[in-house]
Design a protein around this ligand. Structure first.
Ligand code: ADE
Ligand code: ZN
Length: 340
């Protein structure tokens, strides 16, 4: 374990290090304070007495436990302004965390299935994206399909996105993983690809290594979200390394959802050692106790990663982004200048 002075210096280094965040669900950045504010603004009764009581309920044994409360929380999002406020709250936090570029998931079906028009969601987020840009943060949007719903529902959702394709960089696949393999969405992902969208899928968070093979071989994804369980299969790790696919890993999420028993055993060091292009991300920061820097610090403070690993992870976040080469080169140069 590094000594206290070295740790303090590393904390300070992480704090302002230029980085990208590639795995963030905007609905998962809804802090309890904003949830209460929006509930009041929209005349909604929350089934919790206070911000503290709500936070106390954030005690999960698995992914489904979390999803149940996360979908309930999203119910306060009703108007275009709500989505704008949600987006801006995250973008300000991201900027404070040294994030220079963010690729954020949003779950349209969570909203359109409650009767909220797709336009409210995308227009509110888009206005926030443009305001973030003025603050120096670039943002790309990823329309995520809920995998516990049908393939037909995903097709319907993609259809709603059609008038707004110029605002989207890609599609994702999230929600309850086990029992809903990537192959269930083969046709809708093929269609998204035809429309020029990038493809991501959550795979190997709770689901088995076979789901990661399916994401690679059947969906032909560009990026793997989580991918923790790839480590159970050395041939799969070799495949991912050879294909050069980036993994968007989320340490605090993994701990809160019991994907890892103990943060001291987090697999990021093993992933880097194996040559995987791992990145560090916050997933659902309002629910898991921290934004992206807290996720780096959860590992540095345990002595699991040092300064060089931190730099590798930040560079991986830029290289794994769906950005053009010029913006990537500019952000990598910022990291080099910062590292000195
Ligand atoms: N939706 C929001 N966060 C998620 C996660 N960690 N896994 C699957 N679906 C999610
Ligand atoms: Zn996620």
């Amino acid at each position: 374990m590094p000594d206290a002075a070295a740790l303090t210096a590393l904390d300070a280094f992480v704090a302002k290090l230029p980085k990208a965040e590639l795995h963030l669900h905007i609905e998962g950045s809804l802090e309890p304070e904003l949830m209460f504010q929006l509930a009041q603004r929209n005349g909604i009764d929350l089934p919790f007495e206070s911000v503290e009581a709500l936070r106390a309920a954030y005690d999960f044994s698995n992914l489904q436990d979390f999803l149940d409360i996360y979908y309930q929380g999203a119910n306060v999002l009703r108007t275009e302004d709500d989505f704008y406020d949600l987006g801006m709250a995250y973008f300000r936090r991201a900027i404070d965390n040294g994030v220079r570029h963010a690729e954020i998931f949003f779950d349209p079906q969570t909203h359109t299935d409650r009767g909220i028009p797709y336009a409210f969601v995308i227009d509110g987020l888009w206005r926030a994206v443009q305001d973030a840009q003025k603050l120096g943060l670039s943002v790309l949007l990823i329309h995520s399909f809920l995998r516990h719903l049908s393939e037909e529902a995903a097709f319907d959702s993609l259809k709603m996105a059609e008038p707004y394709l110029d605002r989207l960089v890609g599609v994702g696949l999230d929600s309850s993983e086990v029992g809903h393999p990537p192959s269930k969405f083969a046709r809708v992902f093929a269609k998204a690809r035809e429309k020029g969208l990038k493809l991501c899928a959550h795979a190997g968070e709770e689901g088995p290594p076979e789901y990661i093979y399916e994401a690679l071989d059947i969906l032909h994804i560009d990026r793997i979200d989580h991918g923790n369980r790839s480590l159970e299969d050395p041939a799969l790790v070799a495949r991912i390394v050879k294909a050069g696919r980036t993994l968007t890993v989320c340490p605090l999420s993994n701990h809160k959802l019991c994907v890892v028993k103990d943060l001291d055993l987090h697999p990021i060091p093993a992933m880097l050692k194996a040559g995987l292009k791992a990145t560090i991300n916050s997933d659902d920061p309002a629910y898991f106790g921290g934004y992206v820097n807290d996720n780096y610090l959860a590992l540095t403070r345990r002595g699991l990663i040092g300064r060089e690993d931190v730099l590798t992870l930040a560079r991986n976040s830029i290289n794994g982004a769906f950005l053009d080469d010029a913006r990537k080169a500019a952000l990598l140069a910022e990291i080099d200048a910062y590292a000195g």
